[in-house]
Design a protein around this ligand. Structure first.
Ligand code: ADP
Length: 487
């Protein structure tokens, strides 16, 4: 067995500072693997949000960012990507300390993907075109693609640095300024990113990072009349609140919310690949992923075999210290999350679902104080049970049988969400038919949880609206102006 990763001195420096950034009313943020205090971070209140929004407004209105020459903005974003890569070990360590996700995930997924996102949007800076429109020739009519303005960007705790990159990459590429609020559970990598942005030469006020709580700092951003757009990733409940709140100012809104994604295994699938895909689909980041494939639909004749194989593979995943390179499943992010997930486990059992493995908190020696929940595979689940309808956000999968293609689509779509879906089959025509029939923003065929900055991501139904990533994100962060000139 390899030794656990030891912390870099830069990480020690960062977490041991008396208080990170502004201090108004410092809060203690605990370490999810041990329940111990990790770092002290300033809490942004409404006055700080006010300062941050005004700074972002000035930086937008005086043109210091939107009017920078495109190649300069491009160079800046490339530099940020390089800096993230140069500090990859350090950022991955901070992420793992803060969120509890295995270091192998932070180091090999979150951090490289964050760098890749900045690099991808660097490429778009010089490719934002307007159009000449076929108007009456007495006039010349053309469109300008302009930045939206000040963006309030509110992100969750499951992929802290990566979500910051998904927000800042396209916003900055298009010439916007930002007030970014990391989740109260995981502010560290966003704050460290702030230092790197300054190191890369970001002008003052272009990005403001306000660690704070949702109901205070978050709400203040959402309500602020000087904020032109809200980009939010988080729970459907808060997304709906943001939708209501922003009706007062009609600011632009994009929402990436919850999910209860169906992962559908047909009888003709490659069983081993499907089991491994299901495993990744639901236990990656301990299931704290909005697109997790939490409803595993299996064609009836294969149901028992797949469920057993999945349970066996899940049992083989090591749970423990996230810095141990062999660890595959870390703790949940917080005590609240632990309580929420174990609450659902009890509900599931009461509803009659049977845990093939797991079904409880993991209090093995050394893990007692952490927020560990055993990977859980439930069988005996019906699609109308609470555990199959509500987002659990933990390492819990429900295996549900289906009769045929029609039934798979019917049950798969029978959810208020529509973020993602998976299909496992060797039949190409069936794969295409089902991919079209599923009402979800992303469909993975014979794979799961695959991402690329070039591929759009976002939800149908109550999973939100707007598409992040790819060229689609440019629509979120620009608006079109039609200009008429009399010839
Ligand atoms: P979760 O339930 O997974 O923690 P939330 O939707 O509560 O997800 O949180 C996602 C982000 O939204 C966090 O940054 C949080 O602080 C913020 N947030 C929570 N409540 C509000 C609110 N009422 N207004 C604005 N932001 C909020």
């Amino acid at each position: 067995m390899q030794a656990a990763v030891s912390l870099q001195s830069e990480v020690e420096r960062f977490v041991s500072a008396p208080v990170r950034k502004m201090l108004i009313d410092g809060k203690w943020a605990p370490n999810p693997a041990t329940g111990e205090v990790l770092a002290r971070v300033a809490e942004a209140g409404p006055e700080d949000v006010e300062r941050a929004v005004r700074a972002a407004r000035r930086a937008f209105d005086d043109g210091r960012w939107p009017h920078t020459a495109p190649p300069e903005r491009e160079r800046f974003l490339l530099k940020v990507a390089d800096l993230i890569e140069a500090h990859a070990d350090e950022l991955a360590q901070l992420e793992t300390l803060d969120n509890g996700k295995p270091f192998m995930e932070s180091r090999h997924v979150d951090i490289p993907a964050a760098a890749a996102t900045f690099r991808y949007y660097a490429g778009w800076v010089t490719k934002l075109y307007g159009e000449t429109n076929p108007s009456d020739e007495a006039y010349f009519n053309f469109t300008l693609r302009e930045p939206v303005g000040v963006c309030g960007q509110i992100i969750p705790w499951n992929f802290p640095l990566l979500m910051a990159a998904w927000k800042l990459g396209p916003a900055l590429a298009c010439g916007n300024t930002s007030v970014l609020k990391p989740a109260e559970q995981t502010p560290l990598t966003a704050l460290r990113l702030g230092e790197l942005l300054l190191e890369a030469g970001l002008p003052e006020g272009v990005v403001n990072i306000v660690p704070g709580f949702g109901e205070t700092a978050g709400r203040a951003i959402v309500r602020h009349p000087m904020v032109d757009k809200i980009a939010f990733t988080g729970s459907t409940e808060v997304g709906k609140e943001i939708h209501r709140e922003t009706s007062a100012t009609l600011k632009r809104v994009s929402l990436e919310l919850g999910g209860k994604s169906p992962n559908i295994v047909f009888g003709d699938a490659d069983t081993e690949a499907a089991v491994q895909g299901a495993l990744l689909g639901v236990f990656f980041c301990a299931g704290q992923v909005c697109c997790a494939g939490t409803r595993l639909f299996v064609e009836q004749k294969m149901h028992d075999e797949i469920a057993q194989k999945l349970a066996k593979s899940a049992e083989g995943m090591k749970q423990g210290n996230p810095f141990d390179p062999d660890t595959r499943v870390g703790p949940l992010v917080s005590k609240e999350q632990l309580e929420r997930v174990t609450g659902y486990l009890e509900i599931g059992k009461k509803e009659g679902a049977k845990p093939l493995i797991g079904g409880e908190r993991n209090t093995a020696k050394g893990l007692e104080k952490g927020y560990f929940v055993k990977p859980t595979v439930f069988t005996g689940v019906r699609n109308d049970m609470k555990i199959a309808r509500e987002e659990i956000f933990g390492p819990v999968v429900s295996v549900i049988p289906f009769k045929d293609e029609h039934d798979a689509v019917l049950q798969g779509n029978d959810t208020t969400y529509g973020l993602a879906a998976g299909i496992w089959t060797r039949d190409v025509s069936k794969a295409h038919r089902v991919a079209r029939a599923l009402r979800a923003g992303t469909v993975w065929i014979n794979c799961y949880n695959v991402f690329d900055p070039a591929a759009p991501f976002g939800g149908y139904k109550e999973s939100g609206y707007g598409r992040e990533l790819g060229r689609y994100a440019l629509d979120l962060y620009t608006q079109v102006k039609s200009v008429w000139l009399k010839v």
